[in-house]
Design a protein around this ligand. Sequence first.
Ligand code: SOE
Length: 384
Amino acid sequence: MKNKKELRIGLIGCGFMGRTHSNAYKRVGDFFPALDYLPVLKAVCARNGDKVKSFAEQWGYESFETDWRRLIERKDIDAVDICTPNDSHAEIARAAALAGKMVLCEKPLARTLAESQTMVDAVEKAGVPNMVWYNYRRIPAVTLAKQIVDSGKLGRIFHFRANFLQDWTINANLPQGGEGLWRMDAAVSGSGVLGDLLSHCIDTAMWLNGGIRDVSAMMETFIKERMHQLTGHVEQVSIDDACTFHCHFHNGSLGNFESTRYARGHKALYTFEINGANASLRWDLHDLNRLEFFDNGDESRLKGWRSIHVTDGDHPYMDKWWVPGLGIGYEHSFVHQAADFLESLTTGKPCSPTFSEALETQKVCQAVYDSALTGTWRDTSINQ
Ligand code: SOE
């Protein structure tokens, strides 16, 4: 076995994302044996002592902390991975960078563009490797879409459309805020579906189709008041339950984006479609191993949408898993992203999306927010 260098991880936050990242660190060495670096689960941190202790035991962390400042001070941590609710991303990231740690952060980068900018400044000043977990780029079918777009096969691109649809907040009795429901509390999350769901769509869209120039948006909060879990009072709901926008990309194509938590019947339906002059592509998270492709250059009698089962050895990442024809899942996108980050430590090339790249997504989110509030088109070239 190759002599590995250690990347000692300090993970902060042990909710859903803490689990996806921990799983990635645990799996990556087994499935990407050629990597020079191997993550070591050094410490996990969360405020609730009982919870973090049992998380550490369950996932195999060597130790735990209940104060993130203590974790950042530790000499035996190389990389700080932020999986906390959005309101603490900026403070933790700045402190970690200042302490010279590499910083990985769950999406969205932060609640606002202004907060995000401070994070970019901090990692750039410290010169530390950094990355944001926009995991969907690393689903093999989505990575294949990127390869096809980059090959020029689509020709001039006219349209990009994406949806991210859920239905888990329709019940008016669902409280807001607190454990498990912080995504519904704007003070903590910064926004509703805009930062939580649309940010994924925007990241993928700009990766595939280049930058977005301007946006026109609308947002709606269908249920205006809910009980707050922490205060016990009925309080105003300030998140966007639904947000849609259309936009111009810099390449001249048009974009349409829709996200909502009120699409009854949809749990996490992320789809996108790209239409070019010569070909089109579409992808659907519920059938994530498939990429649909229409090539206008096909012989006319045989022309039609083909459904590519992206499980062959020459498909992105798939040579690392099973045998052709056997699919993989949501969690593998995080394993791939961990692998790419570890690889970047060997090559010295930044692992995309960096904080600086994720800031571009924040600019679009900010423009969408401002547009919805003012009812006007907004440019995305906003500087803080
Ligand atoms: C919200 O329900 C959520 O878990 C997001 O926070 C994730 O980023 C998304 O991938 C799935 O939905």
